[in-house]
Design a protein around this ligand. Structure first.
Ligand SMILES: [Fe+2]
Length: 423
């Protein structure tokens, strides 16, 4: 069949949202017939009150929990296989993840490889991997974020570094989507201000990118429903969720960061959920494609809130830093796609130059929330531009979702603009 697509899908995990939701995780696990789970977390989260809440709730429900806490920020393929081995050894019948995106993604991969063992590269997205379809359903996975905005509780995507190839890629399959997401805003009370700021920008970018992605109608209709891509492009449902996510984030980001306002943080968590459903069904594009080489090639940026030891650029910052130039560039090519985004950002006259106005609004929010607003502040220089552009051009899954074509020269020009913007 060679007609254009006329059908879009809406898929997401079942969700519980609200203060106190984490206390119910044991009952929820019991309802899924779980008896013995791998509780995937990391060493920081293990020391925080939400971990005790989960353990107590599981104990009350009579569910055994085997703790796996060797999850790293920016997990590797090897770390994920380690978690899968732990699941096999512990003979678990389900998974509970408690932590940020890395923890939830590690649990997805552990579930996949312990249920349907294969060489790691088998399920990895092309061109690096074989993109083999997952053969059948996985075990139940309850994802409990202790941050907000990654959308990982809702997506069929797990992101990681492939150690041998030194590249960041992912596994994309609706089979790895968690069964249930439990979003309890009280877990956000402990988040440092800059973490809230970085994650807030991740939410904003998920929403803007998913809303402005290449429309689902631009793809050919697949020969069978099973071949319909998970990230299908902008669609009527993601449009509604994403515009509301943008409005909520713009309203609540500064009080959530500057005043640690619990209501503002709750609203940001909800915005993250909306944007997560949006990008889980639509998909991101340019700012996310540009974020991966920034995260990979960093040499000199060591933010204290993320440990201060290893040089790293947190995901939300890596996305935010290129977003103003990237969106300005795309909005020049397809301004109509960005006018609703500009309106949702509160821009008074979105009809005129939406790209310039969107870039200015983002830069203003970055200054107000104290996160880096150009690549120079992250330690990059002109000599990095070619390698950054090459890294972004490797992100085929995201490039397929660009709302307009970009050449290598365009990509380098956008990185160059991002070096000094806002100065
Ligand atoms: Fe993201």
């Amino acid at each position: 069949m060679n007609t254009t697509e006329t059908i879009f899908s809406i898929e997401h995990a079942a969700i519980r949202f609200g203060p106190g939701a984490l206390e119910e995780v044991g009952e929820e696990a019991k309802a899924l017939s779980l008896t013995r789970v791998l509780l995937v977390t990391d060493p920081q989260v293990r020391r925080l009150p939400p971990f005790d809440t989960v353990q107590a709730s599981l104990r009350r429900a009579g569910i055994e929990a085997v703790v796996f806490e060797q999850t790293a920020v920016e997990p590797t393929d090897l770390a994920m296989l380690e978690a899968a081995r732990a699941a096999v050894e512990a003979k678990v019948d389900g998974f509970i993840s408690l932590g940020g995106g890395s923890v939830m993604d590690t649990a997805k991969a552990a579930n996949l490889f312990s249920t349907w063992p294969a060489d790691f590269i088998a399920y990895v997205a092309a061109p690096l991997g074989e993109a083999r379809p997952v053969p059948g359903p996985l075990k139940p996975h309850i994802a409990c974020p202790t941050t907000f905005g990654t959308g990982a509780e809702n997506t069929g995507i797990a992101i990681f570094d492939v150690t041998a190839a030194k590249v960041k890629t992912g596994i994309v399959s609706r089979r790895i989507r968690p069964t249930l997401g439990i979003l309890d805003p009280t877990t956000l009370a402990h988040l440092p201000a800059r973490v809230v700021a970085a994650n807030g920008f991740d939410v904003l970018s998920h929403a803007i990118e998913s809303h402005s992605a290449r429309p689902f109608t631009a793809r050919p209709r697949p020969a069978s429903p099973a071949l319909r891509p998970l990230t299908q492009g902008a669609n009527p449902y993601s449009a509604i969720a994403c515009l509301e996510a943008i409005r909520l984030t713009v309203r609540h980001l500064v009080p959530a960061v500057v005043d640690n306002d619990p209501e503002a943080r709750r609203q940001l968590m909800f915005a993250g959920l909306l944007a997560g459903v949006g990008f889980g069904n639509s998909g991101c594009h340019l700012p996310h494609a540009m974020s991966y080489p920034v995260a990979k090639l960093v040499r000199a940026f060591r933010p204290e809130e993320w440990g201060g030891g290893k040089a790293l650029v947190p995901h939300g910052m890596a996305v935010a830093v290129n977003a103003p130039a990237a969106l300005r560039w795309l909005a020049r090519a397809v301004p109509d796609r960005f006018r609703p985004v500009a309106a949702a950002l509160g821009i008074a006259d979105p009809q005129r130059h939406p790209g310039d106005a969107i870039a200015a609004a983002l830069l203003s929010l970055m200054r107000q929330t104290g996160i880096p607003f150009n690549l120079t502040q992250l330690g990059f220089g002109e000599g990095d531009v070619a390698a950054l552009a090459s890294g972004a051009l490797e992100q085929k899954r995201l490039i397929d979702n660009f709302p307009s074509e970009l050449s290598r020269g365009d990509m380098e020009a956008i990185f160059r603009e991002s070096l000094f913007q806002g100065l």
